[in-house]
Design a protein. Structure first.
Length: 62
């Protein structure tokens, strides 16, 4: 996808929460398995598998 200037861009937000140093870990919002993120993190957290699958579903095609 490109804008009026011809520059390529992606609508996916690249912001990810900081990795946790150790337990307790936040639960994945899709499969309920532990994630790599701290339990105190607000917002959507995904385990590595669900994160990868979500990235595949929403990847920018070019």
């Amino acid at each position: 996808m490109s804008d009026d200037t011809g520059q390529e861009y992606c609508l996916i937000d690249a912001m990810t929460p900081p990795k946790a140093d150790g337990p307790p870990y936040a639960e994945c919002v899709l499969c309920r398995k532990p994630t790599e993120y701290p339990e105190s993190h607000r917002g959507i957290t995904l385990c590595p598998v669900c994160e990868w699958q979500e990235a595949q579903r929403t990847a920018c095609s070019g």
